[in-house]
Design a protein around this ligand. Structure first.
Ligand code: ATP
Ligand code: MG
Length: 604
């Protein structure tokens, strides 16, 4: 995918629905409404002051240079002496500077306050979303979406809205002034300058679009080079060189054609600007100057200068409008996206249960049927039933994709069963308060994920209010203390993305310590498929033995040697339990399990 493309905020078609949703942003501005109002006041004041500038400046330029000369009043104000006009201009700038300062600072404050709240809300909402939300929304997209959406809104709230307003006032105010100065000239101007300015803008846009397309081609050709070079051994082994060269040639040719085409447009653009836009200005200046001639000129010299200045200012305003509008449009789209998240239904909204019974760890599945929400057609669990008494250890074995992890997903309340019941201590998981249910369970997952932070923080993740001593004890029981102690920073060693990398076995022992600290009634172990060396394997197994004491434990086992002594083994195949029993019973049965065991013995 070409760089930058995914961060692009799309511009939605504005309709009632999108605007209604985007209005949600107001709920974030409301707490700062008073401050925002004051900001707008400063904006109105500084914009109005901006309109006085060309008026006074025109006066100054049109004056005869004779400071003491006090001519008869001609304009709205009686500021005729050059010095007093200049002084007025200085004062005007001072006032405008002050107003603008407050406008910028206040708008910025309001924006940052609102966006902090919105960011917090969006993140809180997101982490509480049901698992299904994360299946349908890619995490990478979600994060980049939120960050680029927020930036878009930030830009718009902070400057674009103010700018948009300012330009509109300048255009409306400017046109009124122009008509006031000379309606004839104003009409001539209106027929030319805004048209030219708009043509220039769209011209510029088209060129930008072409160069963006060219960027995509260049990203593609980079991808071809990268693929070919990183896989060079494959390319050579399959004598694939010419295929790659041709692919690359085709791409560079297309890129060249596109760039040549955009070069022509760029040339046209420059000619257009030079000839038409400047031509239009010259035309107006010419017409204006003609009006100042003669014994009874239609236009005073001052009026002429004012006219030119207003025209330039207006031209610039008209030219900036389309981009500002596009920005606002994008911000509305961005707000819509965020509001979808903020107003979405969280797991807690969708889960009605409130029971907080003490959980001893009895587990029962009663004819549970289940398919994942996005793949309704495929039944992942087909009437699964089993029963585990408190403090028993049971294991689930079966081929990859047979539904082992799915069972734990239902137990943790990540998804609801379509049919049948998942009971913990005789109560359906749907009836429990979700947090209560999960507080009584702990999982040591297949792929251990350490968060950026210290080892201590990572272990304490299981029980945030644990004391330092408890954390150390858990690490000792998990056979992790020895390696943690050997680091110069001990428990305070940074791990995760920016910290040191732990080995697979070390990570697992940190995860075991995490689970031990939580001291759950129900423990779930999703055994790692990647083999550890026999020494760390033994350390991990010993740690697990500690962990499984005094609680109901569910072991998803890949190495069957580790589950010989468990109370019950469930053998799964294609979403159904096909055998149940102890190791001995299942061996005597000479069915699937016995088969799997003999296969693994052959492997070793
Ligand atoms: N989030 C999901 N959405 C849709 N289908 C899924 C999802 N998760 C798993 N599945 C499908 O459900 C079936 C069972 O998956 P499950 O993860 O329970 O297998 P498993 O027994 O744990 O396998 P493994 O031993 O490889 O971990 C698979 O066919 C899988 O493709
Ligand atoms: Mg699995």
């Amino acid at each position: 995918m070409p760089e930058g493309k995914k961060d692009e905020v799309k511009r939605p078609k504005l309709n009632k629905d999108s605007i209604r949703k985007a209005k949600g942003i107001f709920q974030y501005l409301r707490p700062y409404a008073l401050l925002y109002f004051v900001g707008w006041l400063f904006l109105v004041l500084s914009t109005t002051a901006g309109l006085i500038f060309p008026y006074l400046m025109g006066k100054l330029l049109g004056s005869t240079v004779s400071p003491s000369d006090v001519a008869a009043p001609t304009g709205l104000l009686t500021l005729t002496s050059v010095t007093s006009v200049a002084t007025a201009l200085f004062i005007l700038f001072g006032v405008q500077a002050l107003f603008s300062f407050f406008r910028v600072v206040i708008f910025n404050n309001v924006t940052e306050n609102s966006l902090r709240d919105l960011r917090n809300d969006a993140f809180s909402k997101m982490v509480f979303m049901p698992m299904d939300f994360f299946n349908t929304n890619k995490v990478g997209e979600l994060t980049s979406r939120v960050s680029s959406d927020i930036t878009q809104i930030q830009e718009t709230l902070r400057t674009t809205i103010a700018e948009f307003f300012r330009q509109i006032v300048i255009i409306v105010g400017g046109i009124s002034f122009l008509f006031f100065i000379s309606w004839k000239l104003a009409l001539i101007m209106l027929a030319t300058v805004p048209v030219m300015a708009l043509i220039a803008v769209f011209f510029g846009r088209y060129i930008r679009r072409l160069s963006k397309e060219a960027q995509n081609f260049s990203a593609n050709s980079n991808a071809i080079v990268e693929e070919a070079l990183t896989g060079i051994a494959n390319v050579k082994a399959f004598t694939n060189e010419y295929f790659n060269i041709n692919r690359f040639r085709k791409n560079t040719q297309e890129m060249r054609d596109l760039n040549v085409r955009s070069g022509v447009w760029r040339g046209l653009f420059v000619s257009f600007i030079i000839f038409c836009l400047f031509g239009a200005i010259v035309f107006i200046v010419w017409q204006g100057l003609l009006m100042t001639q003669g014994a009874h000129p239609e236009l005073s010299k001052e009026g002429f200068y004012q006219f030119v200045l207003f025209t330039i200012m207006m031209g610039a305003s008209v030219g900036s409008l389309p981009d500002l509008y596009a920005n606002i449009q994008k911000a509305i789209g961005a707000t819509e996206n965020l509001m979808d998240i903020v107003n979405g239904q969280s797991e807690l909204d969708l889960h009605p249960g409130t029971k907080k019974n003490k959980i001893t760890g009895e587990i029962e599945f009663k004819e549970v049927k289940f398919s994942y929400p996005q793949r309704n057609d495929m039944e992942v669990l087909k009437s699964v039933s089993f029963n585990i008494q408190p403090n028993q250890t049971f294991a689930i074995v079966g081929a990859s994709g047979s539904g082992k992890t799915t069972i734990t997903n239902l137990l943790l309340g990540f998804y609801k069963s379509d049919d049948g019941q998942v009971l913990v201590d005789g109560v359906s998981v749907n009836e429990y308060d979700l947090n209560h249910l999960r507080e009584n369970m702990a999982i040591v997952p297949q792929e251990v994920m350490l968060f950026s932070g210290t080892i201590q923080e990572n272990i304490r993740f299981g029980q945030t209010d644990a004391t330092d001593e408890q954390v150390v004890l858990a690490a000792q029981q998990a056979n992790a203390w020895e390696f943690i102690e050997s680091f110069p920073d001990g428990m305070q060693t940074e791990v995760g993305d920016r910290g040191i990398q732990l080995s697979g076995g070390q990570k697992q022992r940190v995860a075991i310590a995490r689970a031990l600290l939580k001291n759950p009634s129900i423990l779930i172990l999703d055994e790692a498929t990647s083999a550890l060396d026999s020494e760390s394997e033994k350390l991990v197994q010993d740690a697990l033995q500690n962990l499984m004491k005094n609680r109901t434990s569910l072991v998803i086992a890949h190495r069957l040697a580790t589950i010989r002594k468990v109370d019950k083994i469930l053998v799964m195949q294609n979403g159904a339990i096909v055998e149940t029993g102890t190791h001995q019973e299942l061996m005597q049965l000479k069915g699937n399990y016995a088969n799997l065991v003999s296969l693994q013995l052959l492997d070793n």
